[in-house]
Design a protein. Sequence first.
Length: 338
Amino acid sequence: MVSAADILRAKILVVDDKEANVRLLEGMLRVAGYVSVESTMDPAAVHEMYRQNRYGLILLDLQMPGMDGFQVMDGLKEIEGDGYLPVIAITAQPAHKLRALRAGAKDFVGKPFDMAELCARVHNIVEVRLLHQQAKDSQRMLEETVRELEGSRQELKAEAARDPLTGLFNRRYMEATFERDLHRAVREGSTIGIIMLDVDHFKQFNDTFGHDGGDTILKELSALLLARTREEDIVCRYGGEEFLIVLPGASLDDTRGRAEGLLAAIRSMAVSLHGREVKSNSASIGVAAYPKNGDTVGSLIRAADEALYQAKTHGRDCARVAAAQAVPGVRNPQDGSR
C-alpha cells in the first residue's frame, strides 16, 4: 500500500531548457507538498542523473535544442531494464501527445500549465510508479523465499537419506536406489554386485571402549569404505555394525575382488581410542551379484546375507560368495545361459 507521505517523498526531476518553466514547475510541486524536487536545463545530463538517482518521476519537455525529449526517452529505455519509464511529457503541441505515449511516456501535460491538472497527473504517476516498485520488490522477495524453501527442502531430503552417525546413505535410501539400478541392469543386460559387511567382534569394542569407542570405529570404517568405492556405488549403513554396498555394473568376480581389497584395508586400519591405537580390526563379508544370485532387491540382499553368515561361521575376517541361484528368463552374462 502506498501512503500519501510516500508519494510526497518521491524524487522528481524537472527537465526543461527554459529557466522560467523550470522555476514554475518546481514551485508548483513544492506548494503541492513534494519535498524532493531537482531540475536540469541540460537534456544531455538526464541519463547520468537518472542512473545515480532513479527518480520516481521525470517531468520532461519534448522540444529542447540539441537533444529533444524523445531522444532522452530512448536513452532512458536503455537504462531501465524492465522498460518502465516514469515520464510525464510536457508539450505545447497537441500532435506530440500521442507520439510521446507511444515513445514510453506514461502521461502528458500541456502548456500553459494548470496547477490542479499538473498535480493530479503527477500524483497518479508517482503512485503507479511506487506500486510498480512494490510489486517488483514483492516478486523478488517471493522468489528469494521460494529459493530458500527449496534449499531447505533439499537439505531435509539429503538429511533424510543419510545415517546421522556415519553420514552414509541409510537403508531406506539404499533400497530405493538399488531398485532403480536393478531395473536399469535388467533393461540393459548389465550386472550389479552386492557386498554385505559386518564388523567382527563389535560387541567387544563396545564393552572395552564404550559406545563412544564403538561409534568411532563405525565412523572410521565408513570413511574407509567411501574412500575405496566409486562415485556411482551406494555405500549404506544397513543397521548396527552392518554395511551394504551396491556396485552397479560389477560382476560377481569383480565384487569378490573388491571385497578382498576392503578386507585388506580394514586389517590395516588404525583407530585411536582413548589414547590407544587399535589395529586389530577385521570384518566379515558376504558377496552376491545380479543375475547369478537373484533378480530382486530382496533376493539379492538375502543371498549376500547368507554368504555373510557363512563368513562368520568360517572364522570371520574373510569373504564368502553366495551360492548360485537360477533366475528364470534372465541371461547370465558370465556363461551365456538363460
